[in-house]
Design a protein. Structure first.
Lengths: 309, 36
């Protein structure tokens, strides 16, 4: 995403570390891994192209069965390439987590099966290979697919000594919280102010640090979840409203108010993380209450999940 | 054999099967019917 250039020494440059006074700021690229691009998986989008031309040729010859088989095969192989790429992305997310659930839908396995079915269908209805021949090519394609790209992660990844139910709950909560972080970042793109966007990104990086803390030690999970909900929902709603309002008016007062909220959130969040690490429950409860009131004062309705489910 | 070698060979086999299917579909029936 293109962003306006700016840094510490630019006009309007930010003083890094504004907000949470004295709080250690996470490094800007922490927890932001470069996406692995699998060239072979991308090539799978190109390989079925001849089938599309064959389908067009079949239309020209007026052969509906061949046309259906070839266009259908092209569609099946393209869909399977998309599934494969999504599966690789899900696997990457799974690998990045300490506690993770396997993907709900095994995309890579399904992609391999669909590749086999597509190749077999084209062989049978377009190339006239017969049942045995087409099945042989289909099975070969599926096996080669499985061997080249592997299968999806199938096991729950958790820590020793944590029961499956607790692992599941932590993984679900972190999933939801990661979703909120993505929404916050996408809402912040509408602000078009690099300094503010950087602060939001830093906040999100801090949030991700808390996810990792919770994943590593889900002992005080209920409180962590409450705080994550209050904090992240508050930040998301505030960011959306601010992006909308500031985008239209560029009002300096709105900017000041939003920056004050960001500072409060930065301070609360750093304190929260410290309390979570030190298992300081009473301080954490007070912190949550204060933040909730602060968000209510700003007219942000926060749906909070409290307690155990 | 290293795993990456197996993966590369598997990918090449897969690519060959898919491409052969595609080009076969372009060439085979069209040649039978008297040209594409």
């Amino acid at each position: 995403m293109a962003r306006r250039y700016g840094g510490k020494y630019s006009p309007d440059g930010s003083k890094t570390g504004s907000g949470a006074a004295g709080a250690p700021q996470p490094a800007p690229f922490r927890d932001r891994r470069a996406r692995r691009v699998n060239l072979r998986a991308r090539l799978m989008f190109l390989l079925p192209l001849p089938l599309l031309f064959a389908g067009l040729g079949a239309i020209g010859r007026g052969s509906p069965t061949e046309m259906l088989a070839e266009i259908g095969g092209f569609a099946g192989l393209t869909f399977s390439a998309w599934l494969l790429n999504e599966g690789l992305r899900a696997e990457e997310a799974y690998d990045a987590r300490v506690i993770a659930r396997p993907p709900a839908f095994p995309r890579k396995i399904f992609a391999a099966a669909l590749t086999g079915v597509s190749v077999a269908a084209v062989g049978m209805f377009s190339l006239g290979q017969g049942l045995f021949g087409s099945l042989a090519f289909g099975v070969l394609a599926s096996l080669a697919h499985l061997s080249a790209f592997g299968i999806d992660p199938m096991k729950r990844k958790g820590m020793d000594g944590v029961d499956a139910f607790a692992t599941e709950r932590v993984a679900k909560a972190v999933d939801r919280a990661e979703g909120l972080v993505r929404e916050i970042l996408s809402a912040s793109e509408g602000i078009r102010d690099r300094r503010i966007q950087d602060r939001i990104e830093r906040l999100c990086a801090q949030a991700r640090e808390v996810f990792r803390t919770v994943e590593e030690d889900p002992g005080d999970f209920a409180r962590a979840r409450t705080f994550m909900s209050v904090y992240l929902l508050g930040l998301r709603d505030a960011t959306r409203k601010f992006a909308d309002l500031y985008g239209r008016t560029r009002d300096a007062d709105t900017l000041l108010e939003y920056e004050a909220l960001l500072s409060d959130l930065e301070t609360s969040f750093t304190t929260h993380r410290t309390d979570l690490l030190a298992d300081n429950r009473s301080d954490l409860d007070i912190e949550i209450e204060v933040l909730r009131e602060r968000l209510q004062q700003d007219g942000l309705t926060v749906r909070v999940e409290t307690g155990e489910r | 054999m290293k795993q990456s070698t197996v993966q590369l060979i598997s990918f090449l086999v897969l690519a060959a099967v898919v491409l052969a299917t595609g080009f076969g579909a372009i060439g085979g029936p069209a040649m039978l019917a008297g040209g594409f």
